[in-house]
Design a binder for this molecule. Structure first.
Ligand code: ZN
Length: 450
């Protein structure tokens, strides 16, 4: 039950991102009990309604990030200049192995604060091993809508022992954590099963995860087809099969499977998508920075696979600014397919309506329509980067010009979590202070000489 007073956003230009992609100048959005009650003209607000004057702004659905590692926020800049497998082995795994509950809590809260300040309202986080409980607590405290769970691993020759759980224990712990955290954070946190990727999960672990997913209805969120060296290593380990072939044999394509990256998806893989239930989350900054490649979003979308968007993690993309990912995603498809192939609206949908479909939340978020959750992003048109002729399509204006500096208010489930560019419910100064203390101790624990 949402105890917030009704909220009226008065007089903004609303971009609905619904199937019609309406642009409604001077519109009001009335929010009651955390849901959008009315969009249009609403002169008489109910008694007790909080009214926010949003004239001179664009009002959009809150942004959705379908792939994140909030547990890596501390590691920004600590693993530069490496390809994926070296990046993991030399830096990320030893650092993640050194997390405890408290370091994970502040690390995730720091990342959540960055997400909120950039207009993100829903995340799907792939978790960590040690410290997973702290990370889940932080996500629940952040006010974000989220899919989250521990990162599941039980094998891998270069994986530190601290990350390598015993298979039955990993499954039992996940099954115990699920009911504990599912529904926490005022009902906004949903539990997910997060096997890291094929190279760190044994056959029995994948089988157990598939069974847990089918039994509890928890989605499966993992990495796949990010880099060609990764797929080559998968083929070597799995008798010549690549990621999608392996998932098909394991029955995972029948689960609710969400693949981060999918850079190297082929036409053959996409043909399988017609009878399966999976989605892809595109992470353009991460794919460029680790030298992974450019995913073919037109082909993936053309096969009917929902495509979302994410920043991946601060350790690879260095920022958690989803508006920047929107811009980059569009630019990359234009390089690949030509300048008319991917519009500003196409790009914005990755972080809104299509991003919601990728997470199975299309009935809940991703567009501004009565009945949906009141997850809203308000961008100031008084910022220089959003000044343009009135004839300009506002979807293009946002997709190619907006940045987190344009963010004025952010609302999740009817709560104003960012107001005039500032967090209302989190103490950023304290988060930064705690983060500095806990990161220094974590680096000492990791044994790395950095
Ligand atoms: Zn990732």
């Amino acid at each position: 039950m949402n105890s917030e007073a009704p909220l009226l956003l008065r007089g903004g230009t609303v971009l609905t991102l619904d199937p019609r992609a309406l642009v409604l100048p001077g519109a009001d959005v009335l929010v009651v009990d955390g849901r959008i009650r009315h969009v249009g003209s609403f002169p008489d607000a109910p008694p007790g309604t909080r009214v926010l004057d949003v004239s001179g702004t664009l009002v959009l659905p809150g942004l959705i990030q379908g792939h994140l590692h909030l547990g890596q926020t501390f590691f920004r800049g600590l693993a530069e200049g490496r390809r994926l497998l070296a990046w993991l082995r030399e830096r990320i795994w030893p650092l993640e192995a050194a997390h405890d509950d408290e370091s994970a809590y502040w690390c995730a809260l720091l990342g959540a604060a960055e997400c909120l300040l950039g207009g993100t309202t829903t995340i799907q986080d792939i978790g960590i091993g040690p410290g997973a409980g702290g990370l889940l607590r932080a996500i629940a405290d952040s006010g974000l809508r989220a899919f989250a769970g521990p990162c599941l691993m039980d094998s891998g020759v270069t994986l530190p022992d601290a990350l390598k759980g015993e298979t039955d224990r990993v499954l039992a712990d996940a099954e115990a954590l699920g009911p504990r955290f599912h529904g926490s954070g005022n009902g906004l946190l949903r539990f997910a099963l997060n096997p890291r990727f094929i190279l760190t999960c044994s056959d029995p672990l994948w089988e157990g995860i598939r069974d847990l997913s089918l039994r509890h209805g928890w989605p499966v969120h993992t990495h796949a087809l990010e880099q060609r060296d990764e797929t080559a290593a998968v083929r070597e380990l799995k008798g010549g099969r690549d990621e999608v072939e392996y998932f098909a044999d394991q029955g995972l394509l029948a689960a609710d499977l969400r693949l981060a990256h999918g850079v190297w998806l082929t036409a053959g893989h996409l043909e399988r998508a017609r009878t399966a239930r999976w989605s892809v989350v595109h992470c353009p900054s991460s794919n460029l920075k680790l030298g992974s490649g450019i995913a073919d979003l037109l082909a993936i979308r053309g096969a009917g696979v929902p495509v979302g968007l994410g920043c991946d993690g601060a350790a690879c993309s260095n920022h958690l600014d989803n508006l920047d990912e929107v811009r980059l995603a569009a630019l990359l498809q234009k390089v690949k397919h030509g300048p008319d192939a991917f519009s500003g609206l196409d790009a914005l949908r990755l972080a809104t309506s299509d991003g919601a479909r990728a997470l199975g939340l299309q009935d809940e978020v991703g567009s501004i329509e009565p009945g949906k959750a009141a997850d809203l992003l308000v961008l100031s048109l008084h910022r220089p980067e959003l000044w343009a002729a009135p004839q300009v399509d506002p979807h293009d204006l946002v997709a190619f010009g907006a940045s987190r500096a344009s963010v004025r208010h952010v609302v999740v489930a009817g709560r104003v979590l960012v107001e005039d560019g500032r967090l209302t419910h989190l103490d950023l100064h304290e988060i930064v202070r705690q983060s500095s203390l806990h990161l220094a101790a974590l680096i000492r624990r990791s044994g790395l000489s950095i």
